[in-house]
Design a protein around this ligand. Structure first.
Ligand code: 9L3
Ligand code: MG
Length: 135
């Protein structure tokens, strides 16, 4: 059997906005928006992996906060978690994505409504729509 894979994604927050990133691959999700992140490597904590991934993908250094409510299990052996994060240094730019953008609650809700978020991230997007509305 293959080893279980844990993926960590970042709900990168600044004021009343969150960062979303537009996937470039694979074809099924290319053009859709996600919370950026990637696989936790052996020996890394989820927070360490998120710092590394967001540095690789967005060229920023983040501090990592609390996890979002839901873990997502799209298939056996694959678990996705998301954690809040704030940028400590750098300005995010799309090194591995098509684009990045900051969205407020209404803009994030519009992405969900239009079917433009990756399906696996929908629960997180809904949670953040509600959270950003309070900021
Ligand atoms: N994934 C889903 N939602 C996300 C992220 C960052 C990743 N917000 C899924 C897509 C891939 C796997 O996790 O199946 C690994 O992600 P990546 O390394 O392709 O970013
Ligand atoms: Mg990634």
């Amino acid at each position: 059997m293959t080893d279980p894979v844990l993926v960590v994604a970042g709900a990168v927050l600044a004021g009343h906005r969150m960062l979303v990133a537009q996937r470039d691959y694979p074809e099924e999700v290319a053009g859709l928006w996600e919370l950026p992140g990637g696989k936790v490597e052996t020996g890394e904590s989820p927070a360490e992996a998120l710092v590394r991934e967001l540095c690789e993908e967005l060229d920023v250094v983040v501090s990592v906060g609390a996890a979002l409510h839901d873990a997502v299990r799209p298939k056996p052996g694959l678990t996705l978690i998301a954690m809040r994060a704030e940028i400590v240094s750098g300005t995010p730019r799309a090194l591995e994505h098509r684009a990045v953008r900051w969205v407020d609650s209404a803009e994030l809700a519009a992405l969900v409504e239009a079917g433009r978020m990756v399906p696996n991230d929908l629960g997180w997007a809904q949670e953040m729509v509600a959270e950003l509305r309070t900021k």
